[in-house]
Design a protein around this ligand. Sequence first.
Ligand code: CO
Length: 212
Amino acid sequence: MSTDFYKKILDNNKTWVETNLAKDPEFFSDLAKGQQPPLLWIGCSDSRVPANEIIGAKAGEVFVHRNIANMVINNDMNILSVLDYAVNHLKIKHIIVCGHYGCGGIKAAMGNDSLGFIDNWLRHIKNVYRLHKDKLDAITDETERFNAFVEVNVKEQVYDLAKTSIVQNAWNSGQEVSIHGWVYGINSGYVTDLNVNLSSNDKLDEIYQLQF
Ligand code: CO
């Protein structure tokens, strides 16, 4: 990071504050009272997929978790804590898992090169490939296979969210929580809704359905 860039982002912050205050003098004092975001966003860490910007959301409107390839790992304290807080405290009604075409994590997981420590994270993505190996291996065009893998990975993460005790507990107690899967097109800006929408554990394989 050059010194110029570093100075620029501090200046940008001042401009951002002034712009917001010019539009709404109470902007920050209102935000300071608390948050009630209707949405939890689980997206990729990729710098080209900024959660709020894509959906035109303001500060206070989206609770965000991002990691490499938008994974829902069920022993990841970070995502489980975010999910618990979002569902049980903020009472968020919608959760979106947003993957993106051209995802470097997905691409790396399709290959065999060792990239170091990150191999251990990518292994979770490889597990998704193994689950859908027949379908994915049948796609001969590599770009198409890559895109299909991005999509199928999002769907798996939607299901993995639904499998958590946190989400199933909420459903069991009558709390409305809907989980959706999206893919963002880095080269178009548009989001595609994959139409995988879960609002109960009915669609989970029976082995994952928790009884309370
Ligand atoms: Co990515």
